[in-house]
Design a protein around this ligand. Structure first.
Ligand code: FAD
Length: 303
């Protein structure tokens, strides 16, 4: 069986940028990607210099096209099921029963969005309801905005959203906020609606209003939702023995290497939300560190 220098699991900005660095370092690298990117639902991506306003699929197509030049790189569409490590080699098994072998592995599998069960929310998610104000706030500045959320970070998140519009209503969908949090929001002229949401009403993906129990529809043209990306797309097997930090993230060094030598976790797979440019940056970092490790191993083996 062929031994790859590196297997990159996940072909988002993190994995693809790692592959670019590795290809340019002449490393035999295979990218295994399920092709289900997290930001698929959104029409345009923002905040990546030279790519601001780009369609997510076009962003990926450009990246994949640029990788074609590097003949040591292969890419396959598949879903990784398991990783094991024996001695110094990693074994990766996919859904289509292929087994790949490599010296190093980069896990860049991102997160899965999980939306609360609110009628009509799916229709507006990614088109007028978003997760990140840095990604989509500017396009909706000064509009009547909704915040969907509750819990201990509600004040922090709402104060952030209020940077883009002073007209913000918080919808907790039936959750009761802590009295002090609610008062703080009210003191900042933010309305809090704690009734369960019956429906997000929209037209062609554009949020128009939010209908709640015992109240009329409240007009809102865009919104931001908290806590949708908690679920890892590919939780690593516990048998690998990787440590996690107190926030539940995989413990890594500054370049993404975990406590298992040769195994890297980068991008949203590590943080809950990295953003495109930082995910690509982490890919670059991991690629450089892996190439240096392989150079050192080769150098030491030639006497
Ligand atoms: C609605 C929305 C809008 C966003 N807008 C922006 C924006 O405008 N600007 C911005 O900077 N960021 C934006 N983001 C965030 C951005 O999409 C992520 O931070 C970024 O994509 C993370 O990159 P990644 O490479 O870590 O993961 P992803 O881009 O999610 O890529 C992970 C890849 O791994 C694959 N994968 C998963 N599991 C497996 C498996 N078991 N085997 C093989 N492959 C697997 C997936 O199919 C996917 O292709 C947005 C996010 C959302 C949800």
């Amino acid at each position: 069986m062929k031994i790859w220098d590196v297997i990159v699991i996940g072909g988002g900005p993190a994995g693809l940028n790692a592959a670019l660095v590795l290809g340019r370092s002449l490393r035999k690298t295979v990218i295994i990607d399920a092709e289900t990117p997290r930001n698929n639902v959104t029409l345009f991506s923002h905040g990546f210099l030279t790519r601001d306003g780009e369609k997510p699929q076009r962003f990926r197509n450009i990246a994949v096209a640029q990788l074609k030049k590097y003949k040591t790189i292969a890419k396959t569409k598949d879903i990784v099921k398991t990783i094991t490590k024996q001695n110094d080699l990693f074994f990766i098994e996919t859904k289509s029963n292929h087994i790949f072998q490599s010296k190093k592995v980069i896990v860049a599998t991102g997160r899965v969005e999980e939306l609360p069960d609110i009628k009509g929310l799916q229709d507006v998610f990614g088109t007028s309801v978003f997760v990140c104000p840095y990604c989509d706030g500017w396009e909706h500045k000064d509009e009547p905005l909704a915040v969907f959320g509750s819990g201990k970070t509600i004040v922090h998140f709402t104060s952030l959203i209020s940077n883009w519009s002073r007209d913000v209503v918080v919808f907790t969908n039936g959750e009761t906020l802590k009295r002090a949090d609610k008062q703080e929001l009210i003191d900042h002229h933010i309305k809090v609606v704690e009734s369960p949401i019956l429906e997000c009403q929209s037209k062609e993906g554009k949020l128009q209003s939010i209908r709640v129990e015992q109240k009329e529809s409240i007009c809102r043209t865009a919104g931001f939702i908290m806590g949708t990306g908690k679920k890892e797309s590919f939780p690593l097997p516990e048998s690998l023995g990787i440590k996690r930090n107190e926030r539940g993230e995989y413990e890594t060094d500054a370049h993404g290497e975990t406590t298992v030598e040769g195994l890297y976790v980068i991008g949203d797979a590590k943080h809950s939300f990295t953003g495109l440019v930082c995910a690509a940056g982490e890919g670059y970092e991991a690629g450089v560190k892996i190439n240096q490790a392989l150079v050192n191993e080769q150098w030491a083996s030639i006497k």
